[in-house]
Design a protein around this ligand. Structure first.
Ligand SMILES: CC(C)(COP(=O)(O)OP(=O)(O)OC[C@H]1O[C@@H](n2cnc3c(N)ncnc32)[C@H](O)[C@@H]1OP(=O)(O)O)[C@@H](O)C(=O)NCCC(=O)NCCS
Length: 209
């Protein structure tokens, strides 16, 4: 778990991310993908988790993507879609078709890979009422070496500021309830708990900026 409040003495810095960052971003996604812990043991395919949850935002029109990197490389990211409904349309039209061809229904060599494949073939839509009030959504993940040094706060606040400057009214996100470090973090950042169900805990923040 993050040791909260550590002083950051590293050379880490934040910068906009692009397509060349995709392998590093996918790696961070895998190494933090099990309710904040390393998900490597759950996946025979080390790329699929990141292809589902993080890489699309490096390519989607209008998405916001920041990475934080230090002397060892990219160690965290915050990625967001400004308009979740438009993002989902882009996923269906551009991102998911080649992934579906590469990962046919029923494939996946571990239960977690198989679950990702099911998701690829039946991507759930965000609730319409939620995306009216909170149209954007984000994901933030940091490797342990940069956790607890306020990079999470800096990344999320920079993304919220960018979205706010574009006139986006609000943002939502969904957290695995097992990830109590993350729920504590979002609550500290002023996110409001909107709902909790089998799909996770939904938080919202509005206005932005
Ligand atoms: C969750 C995560 C993004 C938080 O980022 P972080 O850099 O470790 O957190 P920060 O140091 O920026 O903390 C920001 C604030 O939240 C507070 N905070 C952090 N974790 C907290 C917790 N578990 N409970 C209460 N407050 C917490 C900090 O004290 C700090 O408060 P302050 O800035 O007002 O003094 C990061 O630890 C992480 O990536 N974890 C693994 C992956 C993950 O779980 N991602 C989220 C998936 S939904």
């Amino acid at each position: 778990m993050a040791s909260v409040g550590r002083v950051d003495t590293t050379s880490a810095r934040m910068r906009p991310a692009g397509a060349p960052d995709e392998p590093a971003v996918r790696r961070v996604c895998l190494l933090t993908g099990l309710a904040g812990a390393d998900a490597s043991d759950r996946h025979a395919d080390p790329e699929l988790l990141g292809m589902v949850w993080a890489a699309p935002y490096l390519h989607a029109p209008g998405a916001v993507a920041l990475v934080v990197e230090d002397e060892e490389g990219v160690a965290g990211y915050c990625v967001a879609a400004a308009d979740t409904a438009a993002f989902e349309r882009w996923l269906e039209a551009d991102w998911l078709p080649p992934l579906r061809r590469a990962h046919p229904q029923g494939s996946g060599d571990t239960p977690d890979d198989a679950a990702l494949v099911r998701r690829l073939h039946a991507w759930p839509r965000a609730e319409p009422a939620l995306v009216v009030a909170y149209p954007a959504h984000l994901h933030v993940d940091l490797l342990p070496r940069l956790q607890g040094r306020r990079w999470g706060r800096r990344l999320v606040e920079a993304v919220l500021t960018e979205l706010g400057s574009r006139g986006v009214a609000g943002l939502h996100l969904v957290v695995d309830p097992a990830n109590t470090a993350a729920t504590g973090f979002y609550e500290r950042l002023g996110f409001e708990r909107l709902a909790a169900d089998g799909g996770g805990v939904t938080y919202g923040r509005r206005p932005l900026g």
